[in-house]
Design a protein around this ligand. Structure first.
Ligand SMILES: C[S@@+](CC[C@H](N)C(=O)[O-])C[C@H]1O[C@@H](n2cnc3c(N)ncnc32)[C@H](O)[C@@H]1O
Length: 288
């Protein structure tokens, strides 16, 4: 059954989204955020945007499109991406990466960085959603460096396009249900439990992380330095091939020689990407 079928009692009263309107909205989202909405996502968009159309008293999706594109503050566009982005994430997702970090990448990088005479480690978690992934990385860095951490300058930049998830990430408070996949020692060492059953990330874990809103579609990345570890997991699956290839090339430019690039295990790097070397599934490296 079509989502815009007004004879369907579950969709009765929903504003219709015509094919022309969907094309306009789809192109806008692709152009601004790289997200490639397929034809199958049409009913999802109808559902997710109904409330905002009602709240704004807009009579059609064309009116909504005009409202978003004429809003110079960027707020309407921000609210659109909050509604359409897929933010699913959880603690300890794809743990092979964390084992690899502890056993291989971090020891190796530590040796290289120290050889260069510094103690500066830079990590970028791009598409960090509600914070589970960068907090995981911070916990691993603590576990790895232990008491030596005091002598190190470690920075984890955690970015996302959605302010809605960044607010959750910055708060760093999770329901017990959300941390149940975490091995117990992380939970006991790096979280405080509260009376209402929530778990708050300890300040020592938060202190390494800088959360920022950042659109990966920016043609130039504004960073002054390169990163030793770049995580962009389960983000590029929403982008089309050319968008993904161009983005991977920009990531490459901001990866330290010898540094690593991590993608989700269900993703692959296209053939046209520049010269990251394959290390193991979903792990790539910029040659030293
Ligand atoms: C499915 S989550 C992945 C979260 C985490 N990396 C993981 O693997 O669990 C994808 C995230 O990418 C973000 N995202 C999508 N397009 C983006 C863009 N153009 N710039 C920055 N972030 C984007 C979404 O807001 C969402 O939070």
């Amino acid at each position: 059954m079509k989502a815009d079928d007004t004879t369907n009692p579950t969709t009765a009263g929903l504003l219709k989204l015509t094919d022309e309107e969907y094309t306009l909205i789809r192109n806008l989202i692709h152009h601004k955020f790289g997200i490639d909405l397929t034809e199958q996502k049409k009913s999802l968009i109808v559902g997710r945007l109904q409330k905002v159309l009602r709240e704004k008293g807009l009579a059609s999706f064309l009116e909504y499109y005009n409202y978003v594109t004429s809003d110079k503050t960027g707020e309407a566009l921000g609210s659109l991406v909050n509604r359409i982005s897929t933010n699913h994430t959880f603690f300890y997702r794809e743990p092979d990466h964390f084992t690899f970090l502890l056993e291989t990448a971090l020891p190796e990088l530590k040796r290289c960085i120290e050889k260069e005479g510094t103690k500066k480690l830079r990590i970028w978690c791009a598409g960090c959603s509600s914070g589970e992934e960068p907090y995981m990385l911070s916990m691993l860095v603590h576990d790895f460096l232990k008491l030596e951490l005091k002598q190190w300058d470690v920075g984890i930049l955690a970015t996302d396009i959605s302010n809605r998830v960044l607010t959750i990430a910055k708060a760093g408070v999770y329901a017990g249900e959300n941390i149940k996949s975490l091995p117990a020692h992380f939970k006991h060492r790096y979280f405080r439990s509260s009376e209402d059953g929530d778990w708050a990330v300890k300040d020592q874990i938060k202190d390494l992380i800088l959360f920022r809103r950042f659109n990966l579609m920016r043609p130039q990345f504004p960073f002054s330095g390169k990163f030793h570890l770049v995580f962009c997991r389960n983000v590029m699956i929403y982008f089309d091939g050319p968008t993904r290839d161009a983005l991977v090339n920009r990531f490459y430019d901001f990866t330290q020689p010898g540094g690593y690039f991590f993608i989700g295990h269900s993703e692959t790097l296209g053939r046209k990407t520049r010269t990251y070397s394959y290390v193991k599934p979903a792990v790539y490296r910029r040659e030293a």
